[in-house]
Write a protein that binds this ligand. Structure first.
Ligand code: ADP
Ligand code: 2DT
Ligand code: MG
Length: 219
């Protein structure tokens, strides 16, 4: 057993289809940790504030067109430009909560028809999340929550194709990194119910910190 001072922060990723409640839940989780005096930081992907992020934002808003490969690489580059800060924060005992990560990158690009192996490659050796929570919601429930927004990818046909690819991504994570690294969580019920479900899964890892080095994705 090691003392808590030798432990690092946990790297926790939320994934899932559009409108399953990711952003709602990461906000509540970070608020809860702040309230409890626990050091935590939210990291959204894409991070639209950087120079690369602004190009991605224009693409998502259909203000710019881009080759499918090129935009895939920009999404990955957007993670790489944040990777050192994530690593540093984890080593300083800060919990990092990500709203999407490389798994969205693969699922969305593969859904457009890019080869799965191509989609995996540019994220190789990024910081490995200690756990990814994949929020699931039946499409009928999701469609009742609110109308789709106006951004690219927000259609039933695309979301259906993306869901299928997320299944392949889940298999890849479990095969390469172990079953515990990808956990499906039902996003059904009230916001508070989902929050408690998520807290039950994460409480131990967050309050105890994580032992051992930060892993590398797909390595
Ligand atoms: P995502 O980030 O996964 O796209 P959001 O957190 O933005 O999803 O939520 C999508 C919409 O559904 C928002 O209007 C949000 O207020 C609402 N919402 C989120 N969680 C729930 C829930 N458990 N029950 C009902 N509505 C929800
Ligand atoms: P939100 O900001 O509402 O989550 O939408 N995407 C995201 C990709 O295509 N590739 C990626 O690598 C990432 C992180 C998913 C962001 C949109 O961008 C898509 C929806
Ligand atoms: Mg969101």
């Amino acid at each position: 057993t090691s003392s808590s001072s030798s432990r690092r922060g946990a790297f926790i990723v939320f994934e899932g289809l559009d409108r399953c409640g990711k952003s709602t839940q990461v906000d509540r989780l970070v608020q809860r940790l702040d309230r409890d005096g626990h050091k935590a930081r939210l990291q959204k992907f894409p991070d639209r504030t950087t120079a690369i992020g602004k190009m991605i934002d224009a693409y998502l808003q259909s203000k710019a067109e881009m080759d499918d490969h090129a935009i895939h690489l920009l999404f990955a580059a957007n993670r790489w430009e944040c990777a050192a800060a994530i690593r540093r924060d984890l080593e300083n005992g800060i919990t990092v909560i990500a709203d999407r990560y490389a798994f969205s990158g693969i699922a969305f690009s593969a859904a457009k028809g890019l080869p799965f192996e191509f989609c995996l490659q540019p994220d190789t050796a990024l910081p490995l999340p200690d756990i990814t929570l994949y929020l699931t919601l039946p499409p009928a429930v999701a469609s009742q929550r609110s109308a789709f927004g106006v951004e690219r990818y927000e259609t039933v046909a695309i979301q259906t194709a993306v869901r299928e690819q997320f299944g392949l991504v889940a298999n890849e994570v479990k095969k390469r990194h172990g079953d515990g690294k990808w956990v499906e969580v039902s996003a059904e019920g009230s916001i508070e119910e989902v929050e408690e479900r998520i807290w039950g899964l994460l409480e131990g890892m967050i309050s105890g910190g994580v032992d051992g080095r930060i892993g590398e994705l797909w390595v």
